[in-house]
Design a protein around this ligand. Structure first.
Ligand code: CAA
Length: 240
């Protein structure tokens, strides 16, 4: 059996593509999800990948969920912090709940999940953590102070934890996706999205599988010298 990889938000969109590619490459994959049971059951039936439901913004739920994954599959050696939500709106229309939900789910989850697996990785002398950031954490985005702050935080989190893990065989990297054809981007109003696509030099939205390829590259055993980096995969929209 290949190394155990746990992907948060793993049953839809970018997370599902990551799970499937890692499974194809021989990893033992577990997919966490937060709420959509129908989609999760469909994903499990189609892929054979086990699914685990818990809220990644809740530390106690993360501890219990990871204990279950470990009991079923073995210690988590690869963690992909992918789960994320949007609550878009301009600042003057944004309420505290919109702010807090995005900070807790997108950034707080990285702390919760990483905290739960880091001691095991240190003991084993091996670990791979990949955090899914965003072009909007690098460049900002109108209507996304919450999301941009959380994603920008992920990029700082990655560089700090990379320094701590380096001597223990643990690499920590980020991927900054641009606009990818997922449910999240489909929720952007058509006229807004048209303007965004016009700013992408490659001339189209990205595919979830194009992000998954980056994750597979970063989690490989022979990627041990790559740590603290951010891989931008955005069709040339922002060259950071
Ligand atoms: N720059 C400057 N002005 C802008 C603007 C922009 N990017 N976008 C909108 N505006 C202007 C509008 O033209 C409008 O101006 P007028 O009132 O003068 O006509 C004003 O802002 C208000 O715009 P809206 O009517 O759209 O305001 P709203 O409150 O109804 O909606 C919004 C605002 C929710 C931010 C909406 O514009 C929106 O959804 N934008 C998309 C945000 C976005 O890109 N989200 C990314 C989601 S996908 C993702 O996050 C994944 C990832 O990592 C990439």
């Amino acid at each position: 059996m290949g190394r155990v990889a746990l992907v948060t938000g793993g049953t839809r969109g970018i997370g599902a593509a990551i799970c499937e590619l890692l499974r194809d490459k021989g990893y033992t994959v577990a997919a966490n999800y937060g709420g959509n049971d129908d989609r999760a059951n469909q994903f499990k039936a189609e892929t054979g990948i086990p699914v685990y439901k818990w809220d990644v913004s809740d530390m106690a739920a993360c501890q219990a969920g990871i204990e279950q994954v470990t009991a079923d599959l073995g210690a988590v050696e690869i963690l992909v912090n992918n789960a994320g939500i949007t609550r878009d709106g301009t600042m003057h229309k944004m309420d505290t709940d919109m702010w807090q939900a995005v900070i807790d789910t997108n950034l707080g989850s990285c702390f919760n999940m990483s905290r739960c697996v880091i001691s095991g990785m240190r003991e084993n002398g091996f670990g791979r953590i990949v955090n899914i950031g965003s072009i909007n954490g690098q460049a900002g985005q109108y209507g996304q102070v919450n999301y941009a702050a959380a994603k920008s935080g992920i990029h700082g989190f990655t560089k700090a934890l990379a320094q701590e893990g380096a001597a223990k065989g643990i690499t920590v990297n980020a991927i900054a996706p641009g606009y990818i054809a997922t449910d999240m981007v489909a929720a952007v109003p058509d006229q807004v999205l048209e303007k965004i696509v016009a700013q992408i030099p490659v001339g189209r939205l990205g595919e979830a599988g194009e992000i998954a390829r980056g994750v597979a590259f970063l989690v490989a055993d022979d990627a041990g010298f790559i740590t603290g980096s951010t891989l931008s995969i955005n069709g040339g929209q922002h060259m950071y």
